[in-house]
Design a protein. Sequence first.
Length: 87
Amino acid sequence: MRSENTPFVGGPLDGRVLPVLLGATGRPPKFYRVPVPQDEGRPPVVHVYRRVPGRVGRLGLPNGWAYEYEPEGDPSGGPKWPWKKSG
C-alpha cells in the first residue's frame, strides 16, 4: 500500500508529519482517529482529525492534504438523507 507524509495541525499532534496510508482513490481517509490509552482500565481518549486541502499551488489548486484537529471529537457520521426529518 502507498502512504503519504501528511502534516497535522492542532491538538496533540500539532506540527508533526506522519505517513498516512492512502485509499484506493489515492486520497487519505477523511477522518484520522488517534486513540490514547488511559490508566486504570478506563477507555482510551480518541482524538479526531479532519482531512483538509494542503498547501495551495500556483493555480489555486490544492497540492496534497493536511489534517486539522476536531476538538468536538467524533463527527456525527452517516449520510444526510434528503427525505429524513432532522431532529
